[in-house]
Design a protein around this ligand. Structure first.
Ligand SMILES: [Zn+2]
Length: 247
């Protein structure tokens, strides 16, 4: 079995049947992150079609401004979702600085409500690594998956020290920084992800079907001098140590 700890099934649109076929065929436990309420509900529908699909609720920083007036309405979704994601801050891809306060408001609200409920949280940190580290460190909370980290190495080391888990993504083999990050992540905190079909497309132009996770595992196995089976076992142990997800 493989585990794709962070993807976006709702991005597959008309290709969703092919994606679900692969998930079942290759036995890929798939953590289908929500970007907003609509995508969460869509992923919940998809989760009825495969025991390997788990939908998680989150409001992505790119969508934060749309939810600013209805914070309390989000609580039932936070309560029912076993893992929370994708939430976070993005001060890199989002250039409109006026949105940063809405991002903070949504992120801090969902984070706080999730920590109260002891949820595992999948976090997007792009360009906001230090701020997010400081917030988590203040809570002393580490039931966290830092998704596709690409920031400063010194802050990575602080997240490692805090005890967070990390996903390595489809840019492995294309990015020096990702190699460096992989080499620093303790093997017992390592997870992998595809981040939906568009992430691989962004990296090398290929559409990223769920089976792209196999390639990520293969590349890490080569770098760690492990067999694919041995590495898959380590990733499974890490994931089930962190979460209460059952198959
Ligand atoms: Zn994502």
């Amino acid at each position: 079995m493989y585990i794709d700890a962070h993807t976006h099934l709702d991005f597959f649109n008309e290709k969703i049947d092919d994606a679900i076929y692969e998930i079942n065929n290759f036995r890929i436990l798939t953590i289908a992150n929500g970007m907003d309420v609509e995508s969460y509900l869509q992923n919940k529908e998809y989760s009825k079609r495969s025991e390997y699909i788990k939908a998680t609720f989150g409001i992505h920083p790119w969508k934060a401004a749309e939810y600013i007036g209805e914070l309390k309405d989000l609580i039932p979704y936070i309560e029912e979702s076993e893992i929370i994601g994708e939430i976070g801050l993005d001060f890199f891809w989002v250039e409109d600085k006026e949105s940063y306060e809405s991002q903070r408001k949504i992120f801090n609200f969902i984070l706080d409500e999730s920590i109260k409920r002891n949820k595992v949280i999948s976090i997007h940190t792009k360009g906001a690594e230090e701020e997010i580290y400081n917030i988590l460190n203040n809570y002393g909370y580490n039931k966290v998956i830092i998704h596709w980290y690409s920031g400063d190495i010194k802050i990575l080391d602080k997240f490692i020290e805090l005890g967070c888990y990390f996903t390595v993504s489809v840019d492995l083999g294309y990015s020096e920084l990702s190699e460096e990050i992989l080499s620093r992540i303790p093997i017992n905190r390592l997870l992998v992800e595809t981040d939906g079909p568009t992430a691989l497309e962004w990296v090398n132009g290929e559409y990223g079907y769920p089976s792209a996770i196999i390639d990520v595992v293969k590349k890490i196995a080569e770098r760690k001098a492990l067999s694919i089976d041995a590495l898959s076992k380590i990733i499974q142990d890490n994931f089930f140590e962190l979460t209460e997800i059952k198959l």
